[in-house]
Design a protein around this ligand. Sequence first.
Ligand SMILES: Cc1cc2nc3c(=O)[nH]c(=O)nc-3n(C[C@H](O)[C@H](O)[C@H](O)COP(=O)(O)OP(=O)(O)OC[C@H]3O[C@@H](n4cnc5c(N)ncnc54)[C@H](O)[C@@H]3O)c2cc1C
Ligand SMILES: NC(=O)c1ccc[n+]([C@@H]2O[C@H](COP(=O)([O-])OP(=O)(O)OC[C@H]3O[C@@H](n4cnc5c(N)ncnc54)[C@H](O)[C@@H]3O)[C@@H](O)[C@H]2O)c1
Length: 472
Amino acid sequence: MDYVKTDLLVIGAGSGGLSVASGAAQMGADVTLLEGGRMGGDCLNYGCVPSKSLLAAGKAAQAHRGGAAFGVTPGAPEVDFAAAQRHVADVIDQIAPHDSVERFEALGVRVIQEYGHFVSPSEVEAGNCLISARRIVIATGSSPLVPPIPGLIEVPYLTNETVFDLRERPGHLLIIGGGPIGIELAQAHRRLGCEVTVIEGARALGQDDTEMAGIVLDALREEGVQIEEHAMAAQVRQRDGAVEVEVTDGRVFEGSHLLIAVGRKANVERLNLEAAGIEATGAGVAVNASLRSSNRRVYAIGDAAGGMQFTHVAGYHAGLVIRSALFGLPVKARTSHLPRATYSDPELAQIGLTEQEARDRHGVTLKVMRVPYAENDRARAERQTEGMIKLMVVEGRPVGVSIVGQQAGELIALWSMVMAHGLRLSAVAGMVAPYPTYAELNKRVAGAFFSPRLFESPTVKRVVRLVQRWLP
Ligand SMILES: Cc1cc2nc3c(=O)[nH]c(=O)nc-3n(C[C@H](O)[C@H](O)[C@H](O)COP(=O)(O)OP(=O)(O)OC[C@H]3O[C@@H](n4cnc5c(N)ncnc54)[C@H](O)[C@@H]3O)c2cc1C
Ligand SMILES: NC(=O)c1ccc[n+]([C@@H]2O[C@H](COP(=O)([O-])OP(=O)(O)OC[C@H]3O[C@@H](n4cnc5c(N)ncnc54)[C@H](O)[C@@H]3O)[C@@H](O)[C@H]2O)c1
């Protein structure tokens, strides 16, 4: 057994763990990093990167179909599905060196490529190493949740960990789950030439604003994705080489391949948390606002902490833990300024409260402003007029923004800054966006809050007339 003493032990080399390890090492801490699977974690290998890359391949195929309005003869694209997947693998390969053992060792991090488990409140065993650490960060991420649907384990099924390995195009992909994973992968596969059926137990994109999600779902349906809502999968079976999914009301859907996308489970099982006195809930490691577990030496971040499961959230957590563990500074994880986006076409982005949540919380004090993409000149020029930005305001400050349309994921970033710093809406209304850009939508929607106060106010009109009388 090798014995290692370290300032900071990071368990898991995904989005969160890598950010903690690189930051802490570059600030002078002695850092040890454990990774039992692939460096880069879910985001690089099985999540954000491959899904966005496959969506990009789908977008390229779709561009062939939609040129008529621009005077370009549309045609059916010839899609080489294996080549599209090779593009996905190539993008992963391009990013991988950034997350590699070599890069982290060069930064001074001790990397141990083993799964770790606690043996005491301050010690973790990994392979033949026993690591004793001043502070420990659990950044073990999450795995696809495989629900106990009768028959499922007897049929071959895909998850986000295997779907990008396909080299032959699925004839008909059945997807159980209409959350972000199901919807992104449904559109990517449809555009690459597959039949796709999404089987969703409740409402597809159910975490999002109903009105905005509806625009995405309509667009997907228009492209031929079959989306079945209120269809809870109850039984799965294989018949004559096909997969069948039966839902609770008796409907049966048949396809060639099955993808499971019904949510995530935090990777805590193999950590032996009890040995360290660390409590877990069904969602993951239980943490307080400082991201500390019930064992004060141990933090949990990212998907393992069971809150919002996004790469940028894991990165945000990493920054807080570095401040707390390295400098002993008090930190507080907040969620109100954390955006999220689903990279369908059109994109769907959200920050803060949805309209319904804001109505429930703020009642009549809430003002809701909407600006359709159809009023934006860049959107007109590019014929991307489907979409809308919706702003929820209470006492002059934004409490939520929902955007559906081109570049929604880019547009929402501004609102993260506004909400993180508690800026007033006048800051957005007063900014100057280059013309013609989608970014003008942010200014327009903020302006929509002030327009009635400026243009429909008898007082303003009176003041203007008075000043005009006195001006030389
Ligand atoms: C299909 C898909 C698409 C997604 N798209 C997006 C997106 O577009 N944008 C976005 O923000 N988020 C997206 N996400 C979510 C994002 O991937 C996760 O939120 C993010 O990867 C979480 O980072 P993490 O560091 O918490 O965990 P991970 O990245 O999962 O890393 C955890 C690492 O810990 C390792 N590990 C686990 N247990 C141990 C152990 N005991 N010892 C050692 N190592 C261990 C694992 O092998 C893994 O490498 C997507 C997810 C999926 C599945
Ligand atoms: N663009 C992004 O940022 C992005 C993309 C993909 C995933 N993610 C992250 O990964 C997480 C997981 O995504 P997800 O889509 O797997 O989960 P999810 O929890 O968001 O959605 C799962 C869906 O499956 C449905 N469902 C559950 N059991 C079912 C059953 N038996 N039959 C039919 N439907 C069933 C649920 O009603 C739900 O709508 C997301 O919440 C997000 O944090 C982010």
